[in-house]
Design a protein around this ligand. Structure first.
Ligand SMILES: C[S@@+](CC[C@H](N)C(=O)[O-])C[C@H]1O[C@@H](n2cnc3c(N)ncnc32)[C@H](O)[C@@H]1O
Ligand code: SF4
Length: 383
């Protein structure tokens, strides 16, 4: 294994929220009878201990505590998990530790205490600074709380903060989408993620779809927002923009097809064994079932070995999201496949002007990026 291959990431899932948002298909559950912070932390620690042997001799380079709403938990609980990570795993000295936080006052008041636990990056789910839009999205915070949460995060000493925004919201105009971006940029947090609202299966919005802006308007929103963002941040992934040194190391590891372990209800992991075989696995989804089984084989919800013919697509699905693209060396390093497996497809895509090559780096053209699914289709295994 090379040095980059020995590095891996850790995802920790906290599955509860105060209220389920009508557009959300993440493994998040309203905080009700099965909510038990202490029992869940103990379950995570048992889970961590069973994962540790799987990454023996390797070095942890990032942790992402996501959800759900992990900022519902106390700093003490998160600190307890992180100190177990210290005991169980080898870490890089400059490890990135991100906490996903909601902008409610209850959460924001804990930001300083979170900072003391070693968490050094916050990802705040702002979504919009517009009150009627926040209401339509079923969010429990308002725009004042959104503004206050960002200031509180900065006052708490966080130098790395991501703000999540969504666009293409019901009744949103292009000007309103741009205004949201301008508010976000005014804080100069160094990282912004902007997602187009999608209607996902098993959500309230899917069952009762709101009227969304038409495609042309969404296109205008995207291009106008991108113009504004480009004044301050560089786009490095389909939905992510960052200042220098502010890219999310955790997400970059996913997009570079790196390895990671996942602990918590429904958490996913991807590991490469010494023979180069890649497996994906996930934990049981329901919080109660997870808490009852964590630390035993019964907590595994499922496992897939990625077969060789699927590897090019799996790799590209991640790598082509990055503006920086990939080299053939990286492809071989991550998949153990010979470059000749994909060279004919790369040539076809260059001919179609969906990919370009410069200094041995392959990346999407603007057209290839805008129609990413079409670009990726070329890497699907042939039947
Ligand atoms: C894991 S989610 C939730 C994080 C956090 N609990 C929150 O809601 O603020 C991360 C981000 O995905 C985005 N997101 C979630 N559902 C979406 C959807 N249906 N369409 C577009 N973006 C979505 C939101 O911007 C959200 O902040
Ligand atoms: S707060 Fe976040 S994770 Fe929870 S339901 Fe809303 S979007 Fe989903």
């Amino acid at each position: 294994m090379t040095q980059t291959d020995t590095h891996y990431s850790l995802y920790i899932h906290i599955p509860w929220c105060v209220k389920k948002c009508p557009y959300c298909d993440f493994n998040s559950h309203e905080k009700r009878d099965d909510y038990n912070e202490e029992a869940y932390v103990d379950a995570l620690i048992r889970d961590l201990k069973t994962e540790a042997p799987n990454v023996k001799g390797r070095t942890l380079k990032s942790i992402f505590i996501g959800g759900g709403t992990p900022s519902l938990f106390s700093a003490k609980s998160l600190g307890k998990i992180l100190s177990q990570v210290d005991q169980q795993l080898n870490k890089t000295r400059d490890i990135e530790i991100t906490l996903e936080a909601n902008p409610g006052t209850f959460e924001a008041e804990k930001f300083s205490a979170f900072r003391q636990t070693g968490i050094n990056r916050l990802s705040i789910g702002i979504q919009s600074f517009n009150d009627p839009h926040l209401k339509t999205l079923g969010r429990i915070h308002d725009s004042d709380q959104a503004h206050r949460a960002i200031k509180m995060a900065q006052d708490a000493g966080f130098e790395r903060i991501n703000l999540d925004l969504m666009f293409g919201l019901p009744e949103q105009t292009v000007e309103q989408a741009v205004q949201d971006v301008e508010h976000a940029l005014s804080y100069q947090t160094g990282h912004l993620s902007q997602y187009q609202l999608t209607l996902e299966k098993n959500t309230l919005f899917y069952a009762h779809p709101p009227i969304l802006p038409i495609d042309e308007q969404i296109w205008d929103m995207q291009t106008e927002c991108q113009k504004q963002i480009a004044n301050q941040l560089s786009q490095y992934e389909v939905s992510a923009y960052a200042a220098k040194q502010q890219q999310s190391q955790h997400n970059v590891n996913y997009w570079q097809f790196g390895d990671y372990i996942g602990i918590g209800a429904g958490a996913h992991g991807k590991l490469t064994n010494n023979n180069g075989q890649i497996s994906r696995y996930w934990k049981k989804k329901q919080p109660r079932e997870y808490m009852n089984t964590a630390g035993t084989l019964k907590s595994i919800g499922g496992e897939n070995i990625v077969i060789e013919s699927e590897l090019p697509f799996e790799f590209m699905m991640n790598a082509l999201r990055l503006k920086s693209g990939f080299t053939l060396q990286q492809f071989t390093q991550r998949t153990r496949l010979h470059p000749s497996t994909i060279e004919p497809t790369l040539t076809t895509l260059i001919d179609k002007q969906l990919l370009e090559i410069s200094d041995s780096i392959y990346s999407c053209t603007d057209q290839g990026w805008n129609f990413l699914n079409n670009t990726l289709e070329h890497f699907l295994p042939t039947a």
